[in-house]
Design a protein around this ligand. Structure first.
Ligand SMILES: Nc1ncnc2c1ncn2[C@@H]1O[C@H](COP(=O)(O)OP(=O)(O)OP(=O)(O)O)[C@@H](O)[C@H]1O
Length: 964
């Protein structure tokens, strides 16, 4: 890849870039600024609260701009993770955030009863996958797909995930030898610095950019402990070894060696301090990745001993010297090109370090051998251009083989025996969608991989949603979703797809002609709407409409890249190496014969990539996927800087906008009936009926048992609904779950908060009433004393009220304590209650509208001795009151408890120490009053107070609570 090609969209040199996406980006930029405010005006959400939205699908309305605004608000508030339906969006802060990934945070997510309810974090994804394995729900194996553009934070995220599993799934807790245990987790983590040293480089977009894709499989045993790992890599950018784009660098390992080598090593590798290497540009840049010691140490941990390391580093040093070899033409064209004088030493050094015959190296870099018949060999001098190509080719093939060997070695070192592990969690760190100014085969492969992953993602997402609807008996289905099969057919179609035609072209024994190939593509694929051509471009190319935008691919050079030929004499040459490792790297490799027969057998880059992608897709299809989309908030990698234009392009490119639309088109919230009633049951007087005869909680699931109560809750909430949507557009009741839209959820939440407020208010009313009555009783006692009534009677009266007061004071304190507990557990709700406490709201008409329902059964006795318990039990469907005090206090307590219980009509058991057992009943009355009846008690003043009327018919006392 040359430097021009590497002008990635938004990399700070935007004016140079005229890619298709960029154009759309500009268009977007305008629309973003223009429309956002207007759109937000119609917003249901308070803009100031946007940062509190943990899930983008709950932003209302869901549009790219509102979603963007939400992400921006969260980023400003330093909240970097947000859910988007089943995807996690991770914004790169570009600076370490203290306390975000500590051991404590890991433990917190690992131990949380419901991690999904915690703040969005990459550890939620990790924990969810881990629990899925623990739960052994099919498919048990998990895949965590981390995607995003270069510098978005994929590698960082993968590292976090690996550290998480190395911590929570650490086998060190087991009774095993400490050494073995640490070795496994250490080794898994140690594979990172090695892979990064050999596979990462400093690019314009990221100083530690992974130049390959990887799928890391973390292997878990029966007890879900980490026992090993394996790595599969994809499409290493090996061209970087011999050609580094302007202002970029070669792979880190070369700089680590030249900067960190000891004196002896320098001597051995022939790299004195003053030596410069053509393939080591920007060596003066000091990066934290240039840490040779860390790589060497990790290698040692993984079992790459000093001897093997010696072989590796000699090969790498040999490549550096190879890069310094230069050629020049000679007057006699029948003679091979010359090696420039000043680089003759480099040939010596290179051959010495690679341990290959120096003369042969000199020859085969400049001369091609041709076979005539079976025996005779002809030598043909290469053109000057070919000499450069052959040199670079040798470097690339050696580096690629070395990288492959390293991956194999790492796998051998960390992979557990098949018999010891049974499940795995895979981490896929893939390159994001790419669109440069000039795109070639590399981008075609990368974008093809992204198309495949996008299809898998959408299929998984839609399928999961649709399957759930079907299994729940809902007839509703998604609006037809246009998937990217057309584009995939265009690329991978057999026999007429871009890849097939490209392979066919490469296998023809003739020089490739870009124009001719363009004509062929157009002829064969004209029927596919995903294919087009820019009429104004003179260069041979084709344009593919990817799901993330249109990309034009340059045809020139594509066939050569696809063939990726390695001159056979160079392969023979390295096979002669005395360096045991280099020899081993090529021992099994067949030199590719460029004869016609040989070409037909050439395995092209595209075929290899397609095959490895197919096996990856197979794995993905057989696992439960979890998606994390990393977003790079600004192209300059500046800490805490959010650029809307950059982010929206990425949201589109990674399919988030699409997901949000799909999600919002359905019913994004699904709550099992039981959980639904636990949360919203207080809106229904039927919740108690729903729990069945035993009364021990909402045991039964499903529509039959809980349906009526759920229906009542929904009706109560819908009564507040003032918009046009029909009920079926807002909510559906499935077999076991209620399916809600975001607006319905809002309605329910509003109603719930109101109901809770009313309950708190009711308790307060009781309290004030009690206080008033207590004052009244004291006055009565004083009157009795003045009137000369027997002192014991007065004392008893005063004592009784004092006792009652003490009990209630205690209760009140408990109630406050309960509020504080609530504040921790459910902050917002408690705040609502607190607000209500401070200023009781106006009574809601819903309360008055409640009907009178007889409860058929009573639960186990629940001891309630005052208001706090009454409040605590407010969510319990039925209560029984048991008291030790008598008189008015008993009456008030019962009333407090019962009224706390949602003012539900019904009959309740009352136990007192005087009457053993009695029955209190509560009846809703017209115009907002309720009646509380209970068994006759020695209430001294019942018949004298205006609000205590004797019920002559039943012999029960009756209290009328006016105004509640
Ligand atoms: N969560 C994070 N907290 C702090 N810094 C981060 C975080 N994620 C990423 N970074 C920073 O961003 C840089 C780029 O991240 P990373 O290397 O993971 O990107 P990438 O997506 O893997 O890029 P590439 O595709 O080029 O390999 C990191 O070096 C790190 O400095």
């Amino acid at each position: 890849m040359n430097s021009e090609k590497c002008q990635r969209i938004g990399n700070g040199q935007e004016e140079k870039v005229k890619g298709v996406l960029k154009k759309s980006g500009h268009a977007h930029r305008k629309s973003l600024n223009d429309s956002l405010d207007g759109e937000l005006k119609g917003f249901l959400i308070d803009e100031g609260q946007l940062h509190t939205y943990d899930d983008l699908t709950k932003v209302n309305p869901v549009t790219p701009t509102t979603v963007l605004k939400c992400l921006q608000a969260r980023y400003r508030a330093q909240v970097f993770y947000t859910h988007a339906g089943c995807t996690l969006v991770a914004l790169n802060p570009f600076q370490p955030i203290p306390g975000l990934y500590t051991l404590e945070v890991m433990k917190q997510y690992h131990c949380a009863p419901q991690p999904q309810e915690s703040k969005p974090h990459i550890f939620i994804v990790a924990e969810e996958a881990y629990r899925n394995v623990q739960g052994q729900v099919d498919p048990v194996n998990q895949s965590l797909v981390v995607s995003g553009e270069s510098g978005a934070g994929k590698t960082w995220t993968s590292r976090c995930l690996m550290k998480y599993y190395a911590t929570v799934a650490a086998s060190s807790s087991q009774m095993k030898s400490q050494d073995t245990v640490e070795m496994i987790e250490r080794r898994v983590l140690d594979s990172n610095p090695i892979m990064e040293a050999f596979g990462n480089a400093c690019t314009l977009r990221n100083s530690n950019s992974s130049r390959f894709g990887k799928y890391i499989q973390l292997q878990l045993d029966r007890s879900q402990l980490l026992v090993g790992a394996s790595v599969q890599t994809y499409l290493l950018e090996k061209t970087r070894v011999a050609a580094q784009p302007a202002n970029e660098r070669n792979f880190h390992i070369f700089y680590q060696m030249t900067k960190g080598a000891s004196v002896d090593q320098r001597k051995d590798w022939k790299i004195p301090y003053d030596q410069s290497f053509a393939w080591l540009p920007n060596a003066e840049k000091a990066l934290e990745e240039d840490c040779f010691n860390e790589t060497v140490e990790a290698m040692l941990h993984l079992g790459i001993d000093t001897e093997k390391q010696g072989h590796i580093f000699r090969i790498l040093a040999g490549l550096l010297h190879l890069g310094n070899i230069t050629f020049c033409t000679v007057a006699d064209e029948s003679q091979p090109c010359d090696i420039k004088e000043h680089s003759k030493d480099c040939v010596q050094d290179c051959a010495g370090l690679l341990d290959i015959p120096v003369e042969e190296l000199q020859t085969y870099l400049r001369v091609q051998t041709l076979r005539a018949g079976n025996q005779s060999v002809l030598f043909r001098p290469c053109s000057l251009a070919d000499c450069w190509v052959r040199r670079d080719c040798l470097a690339k093939v050696i580096y690629a083989q070395l990288f492959e060997w390293l991956v194999m070695f790492i796998n051998d070192s960390v992979c557990a025996k098949k018999s010891t592990w049974c499940n795995f969690i895979g981490l896929l760190d893939v390159y994001g969608f790419e669109c440069f100014q000039v795109n070639s085969l590399e981008q075609l492969c990368i974008n093809y991989a992204n198309e495949k992953l996008q299809q898998h993602f959408v299929a998984h997402y839609l399928k999961a949603q649709q399957e759930e609807y079907v299994s729940e008996g809902l007839e509703w289905s998604f609006v037809k979703y246009q998937d990217n099969q057309g584009c995939l057919d265009l690329l991978e179609g057999i026999p007429t797809g871009v890849f097939s035609l490209l392979n066919e072209e490469c296998r023809l024994n003739r020089a490739s002609d870009a124009k001719q190939f363009q004509g062929r593509l157009e002829k064969e694929l004209s029927g596919n709407s995903s294919m087009s051509r820019d009429k104004f471009s003179k260069l041979p190319h084709f344009t593919v409409a990817h799901y993330a935008g249109k990309v034009s691919y340059q045809i020139e050079g594509m066939m050569e890249k696809n063939k990726d030929p390695v001159p056979p004499e160079l392969i023979h040459l390295v096979q002669k190496s005395q360096n045991p490792l280099l020899h081993q790297l090529f021992a099994d490799r067949q030199a590719e014969d460029q004869g016609a027969r040989g070409l037909r057998q050439v395995v092209t880059v595209v075929s290899r990539f397609k095959n490895s992608l197919e096996s990856l897709m197979k794995i993905l299809h057989s696992t439960t996927p979890h998606y994390t989309r990393c977003i790079k908030p600004n192209p300059e990698c500046r800490p805490l800087t959010f650029r809307k234009e950059e982010v929206i392009l990425q949201l589109e490119a990674c399919g988030i906008v699409e997901t949000i639309h799909i999600s919002a088109a359905g019913f994004p919230i699904r709550i099992p009936y039981r959980s639904f009633l636990q949360r919203y049951g207080l809106l229904s007087s039927l919740t108690a009926v729903a729990q069945g005869a035993d009364g021990n909680g909402l045991e039964a699931d499903g529509m039959d048992a809980l349906g009526p109560a759920v229906e009542e809750v929904l009706s109560a909430a819908l009564r507040r609904h003032t918009r046009n949507e029909t009920r079926s557009a807002l909510v559906h009741c499935g077999r076991t779950k209620v399916f809600l839209t975001n607006s319905m959820l809002e309605l329910l939440e509003e109603s719930r908060i109101r109901a809770r407020s009313q309950r708190a208010f009711a308790i307060q009313c009781c309290w004030h009433r009690y206080q008033r009555r207590r004052r009244h009783a004291r006055r009565r006692a004083a009157i009795l004393i003045q009137a000369g009534v027997r002192s014991w009677l007065v004392r008893r009266e005063v004592q009784r009220w004092n006792q009652a007061a003490a009990v209630l004071q205690r209760s009140w304190r408990k109630w406050r304590a309960l509020m504080d507990t609530l504040a921790e557990a459910e902050l917002d709700d408690a705040e609502d209650l607190r607000e209500e406490e401070a200023a009781p709201p106006e009574l809601d008409p819903v309360l008055r509208a409640r009907g009178s329902v007889q409860l058929s059964s009573l639960p186990e006795p629940v001891m309630v001795r005052g208001w706090p318990m009454g409040l605590a039990l407010a969510s319990a469907p039925t209560i029984t009151v048991s008291m030790t005090a008598t008189g008015f206090h008993k009456m008030m307590s019962a009333m407090a408890c019962l009224s706390a219980h949602c003012f539900r009509s019904g009959e309740y058991k009352v136990e007192t120490n005087q009457f053993k057992q009695g029955v209190a009943s509560i009846r809703a009355q017209p115009r907002g009053s309720i009646k509380l009846h209970y068994q006759r008690s020695p209430l001294l003043y019942a018949d004298r107070r205006p609000d205590h009327k004797r019920d002559g018919v039943t012999g029960l006392n009756q209290i009328l609570l006016e105004g509640i």
